[in-house]
Design a protein. Structure first.
Length: 270
């Protein structure tokens, strides 16, 4: 009772009071804020397991990170920096490139105005060792073709299903139709790996998740990772917060809190 903890549950956290299994709670490390704690688990567990458990990231390799300025993207960049001489390619809109360079992305690519496949090939003709794919659809095929021999593609989302402010059934059907498909025999001849990752389906893997969180807490305590908070929003502004994410205007994590931070409340009163 009274311990400060981070929690990992699939649903139901947009509430003032929540009830979660004790096995899905993790003590917050010394010096961590509640906002950082809220930003840590989902994004960093995902990025860690993709890069190290599936990707087997090693020194001198190269990684393509899509949506590099988002929650998982910023976590992946920081984790890549814990390995010696990893070259990071990151896709994001041009306004976010300066921030990405500062965080360690060697080659930011504006996916809105450039063909990221061509841009990667210009710098690394053979492609990259690891691709993190949250996009789905035809982008998964592009990712697979960008892999070097012995490269790994890890798909962990289908963001392409969401288009603009409203869901377009035509766009969703097109994305679904273009979803990547490959046979075991094709994989054999290509010398490449395709992995699928969904943290939401790992509820029962408590020991595995605890071991990953222990590693992340250790990295945080060493100052090697630090959740990047884009903005903090009270519950009554959830629509605006979601709009910011949907329009991809955030750099880092968008956090919800039950009430507006005290500093903002004082500004509003003045």
């Amino acid at each position: 009772v009274g311990d400060k903890v981070m929690v990992l549950v699939r649903l139901g956290l947009w509430q003032e009071v929540v009830n979660v299994p004790a096995s899905h709670t993790f003590p917050m490390p010394e010096g961590m804020s509640f906002e950082e704690a809220a930003a840590l688990l989902v994004n960093y567990i995902t990025a860690y397991m993709i890069l190290f458990d599936f990707g087997n990231l090693r020194p001198n390799q190269s990684v393509l990170i899509h949506m590099a300025a988002g929650g998982v993207g910023t976590a992946a960049i920081q984790l890549c920096k814990t390995v010696e001489n990893v070259t990071i390619f990151g896709t994001a809109s041009a306004s976010k490139h300066e921030s990405l360079k500062e965080s360690g992305v060697a080659h930011p690519i504006d996916y809105r105005t450039m063909d990221y496949v061509e841009e990667v090939r210009k710098i690394s003709p053979k492609g990259v060792d690891i691709v993190l794919d949250p996009l789905g659809g035809s982008d998964t095929s592009k990712a697979f073709n960008l892999l070097k021999p012995m490269g790994k593609l890890i798909t962990y989302g289908v963001t392409n299903l969401i288009t603009g402010q409203k869901k377009s059934l035509v766009a969703m059907a097109k994305t679904w139709w273009n979803q990547f498909s490959i046979t075991a025999l094709q994989l054999l001849h290509q010398n490449k790996a395709v992995c699928g990752y969904d943290l939401g389906s790992m509820d029962e893997e408590v020991e595995l998740l605890r071991s990953v969180v222990a590693k992340l807490v250790n990295l945080y305590s060493q100052g090697k990772i630090k959740p990047k908070i884009d903005s903090v929003w009270p519950f009554d502004q959830v629509a605006e917060a979601m709009k910011k994410v949907q329009e991809k205007k955030n750099v880092g994590k968008v956090i919800l809190v039950p009430e507006a931070p005290k500093e903002e409340s004082k500004k509003a009163e003045n």
